[in-house]
Design a binder for this molecule. Sequence first.
Ligand SMILES: CC(=O)N[C@H]1[C@@H](OP(=O)(O)OP(=O)(O)OC[C@H]2O[C@@H](n3ccc(=O)[nH]c3=O)[C@H](O)[C@@H]2O)O[C@H](CO)[C@@H](O)[C@@H]1O
Ligand SMILES: C=C(OP(=O)(O)O)C(=O)O
Length: 421
Amino acid sequence: MAKFLVQKSEPLNGEVYISGAKNAVLPLMAAALLSGETCRIEDVPDLRDVEVMKEILTSLGGNIREAEDTVLEITCDSITTNEADYELVRKMRASFLVLGPLLARTGRAKVHMPGGCTIGARPIDLHLKGFEALGAEVIQKDNYVEAIAPAGGLRGASVYLDFPSVGATENIMMAAGLAQGTTYIENAAEEPEIVDLANFMNKMGARIKGAGTDTIKIEGVESLKGCFHTVIPDRIEAGTFMLAGAITRGQVLIKNIVFDHVKPITAKLRECGVTVEMGDEGIYVVADQRPLTSTDIKTLPYPGFPTDIQSPFMAFLTTVEGSSTVIETVFENRFMHVAELNRMGANIQTEGNKAYIQGGKTLEGAQVIATDLRAGAALVLAGLVANGTTEISEIYHIERGYEKFMKKFKALGANILRIDD
Ligand SMILES: CC(=O)N[C@H]1[C@@H](OP(=O)(O)OP(=O)(O)OC[C@H]2O[C@@H](n3ccc(=O)[nH]c3=O)[C@H](O)[C@@H]2O)O[C@H](CO)[C@@H](O)[C@@H]1O
Ligand SMILES: C=C(OP(=O)(O)O)C(=O)O
């Protein structure tokens, strides 16, 4: 199994170009199932999760052409099966997103329960509630879900989500795109990735309004066509590099970033004393000019502080003076990095969904485990400022979601090496 060896590094310095967003491109790829024509998607990151989604689409009869570097052309003119293979689906949570479009396009879909990071129970009840509201019969059995549209096809409906789930909003939006009549998703997720999916589907001929607010209106259409689309930049990758600059007290220019998408991260870094400025070329993060202080974080659905940046931010908070509190409200098991950071000399106590961080500690290199994708990124950040060597195992989690991870860090001066055990 591959590992990262991270050595204490000089303050990071230089510029980094942010890739297309993992959490945007995966639903876009699933949405290509809604049309028989070609969808051309640009700025597709080279990630393990994207590879899995390619395999899933291919297994369903889709045709994928890598037109150029970072460009995919997906054509789903003939869907040969409406059952997604368990071996593929179990590898990643987002694979469940093929259910909505498959159901809408073929009237029937069977998908195994998804896998992914073990950051919580991650039920799919809200997705299913949406499909049922659209008239589908939903059968949940032996670790799979089968959804069957009524004889006349899915019908528009009002769906209220008990929690603004990103995945449920996306899945229902895709299913409703080809339903008869109008669907309203209330208490919908407002994440930028939802807006990107709505923009993509509207280019395909869908009639979606309100994406980015808590009520999305989808007027179903009979069929959708192909389109061209460029994926939005990855705000979580951007946030990770902003924190890499901050934790090493460096100076980093983050290119290809939407300033609005990283507002909560910017606000919290500024509270700690980090300079974050928007310039012509991107966002400058400067952390070498004054002592940094603590702050408190509470994760929330967008536009609140993103849960996916909670662990990298916590790694940073271990290095600033004072005590900080982090409250995780989105996932119930997203503190697995705490034990690993404490193994490196951090002082973090947890109580339910709260973590109390006593900052200003000198971290020491240790053998640690990347328990999930963002926990892995947090350990790399900690390793950059820890004395000696930090050996991080199970890095396949990291490679699931960060494109050219090592190359980008090395270009900023990080001392990081990938070894095969
Ligand atoms: C591929 C992708 O885009 N992943 C992101 C997506 O995950 P994902 O779409 O899985 O996250 P959700 O927004 O659905 O989950 C948020 C919360 O809602 C709960 N829930 C969700 C669905 C449901 O049917 N029932 C239910 O109770 C979950 O258990 C969780 O506690 O949004 C998360 C929250 O911003 C991010 O951390 C993930 O990086
Ligand atoms: C939790 C994440 O991803 P996924 O939903 O794919 O598990 C993430 O990107 O941090």
